[in-house]
Each structure stands twice: as C-alpha cells, then as structure tokens.
Design a protein around this ligand. Sequence first.
Ligand code: SF4
Length: 453
Amino acid sequence: MQTVRSQRKPSVNDVVSTLPLYRSAPALEVRLEDFELFAMDRLRVLKGISDGLSRGKRPEEMVKLEDELWRANMRHPQPSENMNKDIISHFVLRLVYCRTEDLRKWFLSMETTLFRYRFGKKNAEVQRALMAEFALSYKAVSNSEFESVKDKLVQVARSIGQKDLPTADTIFYKVPFEEVSELVATRRVFIHKGHAYIAANQVVSLVATQFRSHLSKALIWTNRKWTSTIREQENDRLSPIVEALSTSYLGPDYSQPKGFSEISVNDIEELAKSSFPLCMRHLFDKLREDHHLKHGGRMQLGLFLKGVGLKLDDALSFWKAEFSQKVGSERFDKEYAYGIRHNYGREGKRTDYTPYSCQKVISSTPGVGDHHGCPYRHFSEENLRAALSKMGVNSRAMEDVMDKVQNRHYQLACTLTFEAVHGASCDSGINHPNQYFSDSQKILQSKNPSTAA
Ligand code: SF4
C-alpha cells in the first residue's frame, strides 16, 4: 500500500472549528487510493455547485443543493474521518488546480462559494471563532444596544428592500466603518460613532473575502512549489494522478451501449440526425463530405460509435466505405484498419478504450484541418449559430445557448441544445457525448418506440 505524507501540522483551529480554513496541509498518512478518491468526491461537490450557479439557481436552492452534494459525497464511512477527508481532498485539488490561471480561477471561485455556504450554516459561536482566525475580531451587539439602535437598523433594512427585518434574535456586529467601505458606499449599513452595524449575513461576505484572498495566495505558492520541486519528486506517484484529475470524468462508464440495442452501419445516418450531440454530428458530416478524418477525429468519433453499440466488424465496414473513396481500399486496410481494431482492444496492449467524456473533448486542442473537439468551445460564433440552426434550435433557445457559450459553460450550452431539440428537460446536464445519445434515445423511444435504435 503506497501512502503520501503531507508536510505540516494542522492548526488547532482547523480541528476545533468544524470548518477548516485550510491554512496548512495536515501531517497525515494518506493511501494513494484515498488521495484520488477523496479528491474526486470533492470535485463532484464543486462541479455540482458550478452547474447550479451557471443554471441560475436561486440562493435558497443553492443552499439545498450544496447540502445534498456534501452529504452525498463528503461523508466518510467512519464519521471520525470526515474532517480528514475534507482537508485532504482540498489539498489534493489545490495541487490539481494550481497549475494554470483558468484552473486556479475556477477552483478559487467554487471553494469560496462552498466556504460561504458552510460558514452561513454555522452557529454564532463557530462563526466568531472563524472570524477571529481571520483577525476579524468583531463584537456582537448586546441586546440593550440593539434596542437602542433598532429603529435605525430597521430603517436601513427597509431601504435596501430586505424582507426579514431585524429582530432581537438577529445578530449584529460592530465593525470599524473603514473595514466595510463597500457596504458603506452602497448605504447598506447603519453607521454610528465610527462603527458600522453589520448583520450576520453581511459578515459572511467579509469572511469569504478573507478566505478567498488567503486561498488565492496559497494557490500561487502551490504552483511555484509544484513546478519547482513536487512535480519532479513525485513524477511516478502523484504527477499522473494530478494530471488526470483536472480532466477527470466523474460519471458512468459509456464503453458499452446503455439501455438500447446495438446499432448497424445502416442506422448511423438516421441516428446522427436524431441523437448525436453536435461534436459527433459534425465529425460524421465531415467524414461524409471529405471521406477522411485526421487521427483526433477518428478517435473521438470511433470510440463514441463503439460506445453506442457499433460492433468491430461493422465499424471496419463503416470506416472503409468512407475512407476507400479517398485513399482506396488497399491503403485503408494497410494504414487505418489497425487503429480501429486497436480502439476495440484487438491490437497492441489490447486495452478496451473508453469513449471520451465532454471534459476530455472540450480540453482537446484541434489544429488546422482537425474536426474533433467540442463545437461550443472550438467553433466561431458564426459557425456555431449555423450548426445549431441546422439542428433545429429556434432563435430564442439559440440566444440562451450562446449566452452559456460566452460564459464558457460549454456543457450547459449543450444541455440547452438537447432540451431545445428534444422538447424535454435534461436535469442531470450533459457530461458525456454517449450520455447525450442514450438520453436522446430514451426520449425518442418513449415518444415513438419504432423510431429509436
Ligand atoms: S458538450 Fe459534450 S456532448 Fe456536447 S458537443 Fe461538447 S463534447 Fe459533445
């Protein structure tokens, strides 16, 4: 059993507060399997939050979602290990997400959102302990002081359109007004004798800002450490895990057809129109047009077709029928048939390769003459609009899709396309091209059993 030892002891506050601030990596022996599994569980939580936010969920819906995600993924079979899992998973993902600016930005934003929700759920005592950790030692306003300024506080709450007006149960803190300049500038607080009276829910913002700033610095530091020493020292053990985690796919395996029968060569044309996601539809169209696809395209489409149930012999005839029009059948047998057999685990190391997830497709970097990749990420706006319109996406849905694309939520853009094309919702979101296919088939089958594969 291989283990990883992290370097520094946790602070006392990390342990007592029940909401760690992740100031220092704990001195724990971690099994390599846990190193990866814990990180993937936390990633499920962060990805769920990211999806919820970009779907425009309301704050109360987000609190519920965060609760569900945390309960489903972050509980350890031994409750005493919950805290360790929390801390270890955070530090592993720091290694994974410190390596580029885009990764850092995403991780920073999701971890801060998660922290904000978790802080908001803590009782006043824990919140005060956490504030003290950030040197935010504000005093809670006593009952008698609250009564003396109550009218003013209610007045401010009304003026900013707050639904729940302050009562004797609402906790307020007195803060030097210059420390909450943003709240002062927008007249969201009552100020008296140099102090701003801020409600507990406004404190969350202050603490979250501190958390974000600490984590941001820590990510830069981790990146320096990673590039200067850790990566080299851990070349064989951690590096492959860390590399794989940033593009890891967390959903079901689509290497076998799910919930539908195998397909034959004759079905492909029809299925491409009805049930292929745009990435695969584009590859299929290009293959038909050019009778050729470069390596990246052959892999992406070939493994997808394998996952939707195209048998090896049918795959060979399908590719041969197209390629031989361009390169002749002899050259196809010599140069291309091997790659197809390889994908089905019949050549080389005999690995049964799995179809690519959205994350893998989205993070690919197609070059000139390549047609693989995710159209929501890799197409120009003009080409994407044309392709969506060809799929039957109406102009209203098109604007929603383009809005997601502009905000770089490519899988959500694909989900909205799915919903527009099928006239049905897809609550789980699209995470895998083969999931798009199988969900589409399920809907078509329920509408009209004779049209599905
Ligand atoms: S989001 Fe996924 S399924 Fe949709 S087009 Fe991109 S890679 Fe394909």
